[in-house]
Design a protein around this ligand. Structure first.
Ligand code: E4P
Length: 217
């Protein structure tokens, strides 16, 4: 499973990139707002660092303007994936931009039927939002399973980009189901390393190193 980082904070991306943990980046208008940066400037800076797909979202709601915005965003770098919402106009823009040869990430997906439409419109990525489904008392992971089944039934090549990931369990469940990509905030990616038995075991080893006076350098 590929790891995308869900942030527009350049320093946080750079830190994970140094460790080889960044297969791509996703941003959205809320993340751009949080960064306090200009969308074009920060997106260019991220694309200069990261080789994989960098999603940048359109701001318009009508297809024609989405297409113009998408072409402008795609002009920033070759690894831009233009992000469009899962609306009828978004699907129209997806078809045109993907026919142009651009990567397209169709976002705000909350049903397998929506994911089916996005695949038929030529989406490179479909972004089902797990956490926001959990937030309303349903099971976001069922959506990932359903999309996996539907896409595999018909051989769609659209990649499932599991989004709105909030926990380490979300990451593991996505990997079990076979999501192609998961995108998570840097804090969630970093928390994957944590395990109490690792901490406990290391504390014992350090005590024994101290007691025995073990030295390597
Ligand atoms: C990614 O593409 C989405 O914009 C993001 O994962 C949404 O996450 P949130 O529901 O935590 O805002």
């Amino acid at each position: 499973m590929k790891f995308f980082v869900d942030t527009a904070e350049f320093d946080a991306i750079a830190e994970l990139h140094e460790l080889g943990m960044v297969d791509g980046v996703t941003t959205n208008p809320s993340l751009i707002k949080k960064s306090g940066r200009d969308i074009l400037d920060v997106t260019k800076q991220i694309c200069d660092l990261v080789d994989g797909p960098v999603s940048a979202e359109v701001t318009a709601t009508d297809a024609d303007t989405m297409i113009s915005e998408g072409r402008k965003l795609a002009g920033i770098a070759e690894n831009i994936a233009v992000k469009v919402p899962l609306t009828w106009d978004g699907l129209k823009a997806c078809k045109v931009l993907s026919d142009d040869g651009h990567m397209v990430n169709v976002t705000l997906c909350f049903s397998a039927n929506q994911a089916l439409l996005a695949a038929k419109a030529g989406a490179t990525f479909i972004s089902p939002f797990i956490g926001r489904i959990d937030d309303i008392g349903l099971d976001g992971m069922e959506l990932i399973e359903d999309i996996r089944t539907v896409y595999d039934n018909y051989g769609f090549e659209t990649q499932i980009l599991a989004a709105s990931i909030r926990s380490v369990n979300h990451v593991l469940d996505c990997a079990r189901i076979g999501a192609d990509v998961m995108t998570a905030p840097p804090a969630v990616i970093k928390s994957l390393v944590n395990h109490p038995l690792t901490d406990k075991g290391l504390a014992t080893f350090l005590a024994d190193i101290d007691a025995a006076g073990i030295k390597i350098l």
